[in-house]
Design a protein around this ligand. Structure first.
Ligand code: PHE
Length: 411
């Protein structure tokens, strides 16, 4: 059965009916890869911090937050899917693992910070494949200005400075309007102020993209495109994509901070912007790291390839053979099983030995109303060859855990 409490980061917490944090997740909470000297995520963080050298750099906030802080303070509606236990990790009803660094916006603005970066590990329940991992790292950046003529003059001067720099760089930008009926100004804002701030956000991030992707030896211009987006805590909102090695890559989400956020933080008469970017995504591209599990590797063949401050191309050591195992089962009468629940069980039993999981078959028996599921589990270690016997043993652990946890009947 379920334990009555969980020990997390030195504290004991009571569990309840929504508890879904597994030991595999608890073991990640102390890693803080973005602070491990020499780790690619640490170098990338430092590169971005160097770009925003006059900002306050924060990186030691606890991953445990209330759902109120992760969602409500940021104007998420009560029925937002991100709140569900299938998408997020809960210690209990009142405490969860942050799903994004935006969870700290109110707190940081409330301390009086006006230009800041915050780096942290974030947690989301997800499928298993080469680019998804239930823990990843984000960087939040924000800047706010006084909503006064002096404040807006500061924005205009910064915009001029950034435009001057960008005009002399090898970059091509596809833009969208700063404000549009589908991406509106907030009613609290003077549209002229909002436009200036959205422009500042774009210029600032275009300059960051040049720092990250605009290597000096490139002949083709760097292509950056801005896309209208939606987030509950910004308006207007934008996403940024960069064309790199033949593909458009989603880099970040951003927008003009909702006034409700700044009101809750008790900072009157200001407005500004925020962005949030995923470090693994960018690091995988810059270092040519092919599988997101590698960031967690303790293998010297991985770690010894990197040194703090240098972006180098990862040389993959040989891929070990993979081994597929299928598991088919009936769920208990009228029960359901979310793929994320299955994947968390896999991660808990196998650690990082599974490369991906695919649903092979799913159907409901017309007479008994029972659901039958078949998953294909692809086992592959990043560090060594797995023997068939060893995989069979792990697979039987998976099967017995499935029976115990979900009462399934193996077919
Ligand atoms: N928190 C958002 C995400 O995780 C990104 C974001 C940050 C968007 C700040 C707007 C402003 O997707």
């Amino acid at each position: 059965g379920q334990p009555t409490h969980l020990d997390i980061l030195g504290e004991r917490y009571a569990t309840d009916d929504v508890t879904n944090i597994t030991p595999a997740i608890v073991s990640k909470l102390t890693e803080r890869l973005h602070t491990q000297h020499g780790h690619p995520l640490s170098t990338l963080r430092a590169l971005i911090e160097g770009h925003y050298a006059d900002y306050t750099h924060l990186s030691s906030f606890s991953p445990l937050v209330t759902p109120f802080k992760n969602f409500d303070e940021l104007s998420f509606p009560k029925d937002h899917p991100g709140r569900s236990v299938t998408d997020s990790y809960y210690v209990n009803r009142d405490l969860m693992l942050r799903t994004h660094t935006s969870a700290h916006e109110v707190e940081v603005f409330g301390k009086g910070e006006t230009k800041w970066l915050l780096t942290a590990d974030v947690y989301r329940r997800d499928e298993i494949d080469g680019s998804h991992y239930p823990v990843f790292h984000q960087m939040e950046g924000a800047r706010i200005f006084n909503a006064t003529p002096t404040g807006m003059k500061e924005v205009e001067e910064d915009n001029e400075r950034l435009s001057y720099h960008l005009a002399r760089s090898n970059i091509v930008i596809e833009d969208v309007p700063h404000l549009a009926p589908t991406n509106p100004n907030q009613p609290e804002h003077n549209p002229l102020h909002s436009e200036l701030v959205a422009k500042n956000l774009k210029l600032s991030l275009n300059a960051l993209m040049l720092t990250l992707f605009g290597t000096s030896n490139r002949t083709e211009p760097l292509r950056v495109r801005w896309i209208e987006a939606y987030f509950p805590f910004t308006s207007p909102s934008f996403e940024v994509e960069v064309f790199f090695r033949g593909k458009w890559l989603e880099i970040l989400g951003s927008g003009v901070v909702r006034q409700a956020t700044l009101d809750t933080a008790k900072v009157p008469n200001k407005l500004g912007w925020a962005f949030g970017l995923g470090l693994e995504r960018i690091a995988m591209i810059l270092y040519s790291i092919p599988d997101i599990r590698l960031f967690w590797s303790k293998d010297e063949r991985f770690l010894s390839q990197f040194q703090q401050g240098a972006i180098t191309t990862f040389k993959p050591y040989s891929k070990y053979p993979s081994c597929f195992k299928d598991v088919s089962f009936w769920l208990p009468h009228e029960a359901n099983l979310h793929e994320n629940d299955f994947c968390d069980l896999i991660r808990d039993v196998t650690g990082d030995l599974v490369e991906d999981v695919k649903t092979v078959d799913r159907f409901v028996h017309p007479k008994t109303n029972r659901t039958s599921l078949c998953y294909r589990i692809n086992y592959r270690s990043m560090d060594r060859s797995l023997s068939n016997e060893e995989v069979n043993e792990i697979q039987s652990l998976v099967v017995s855990r499935l029976k115990d946890t979900f009462g399934v009947e193996i077919r």
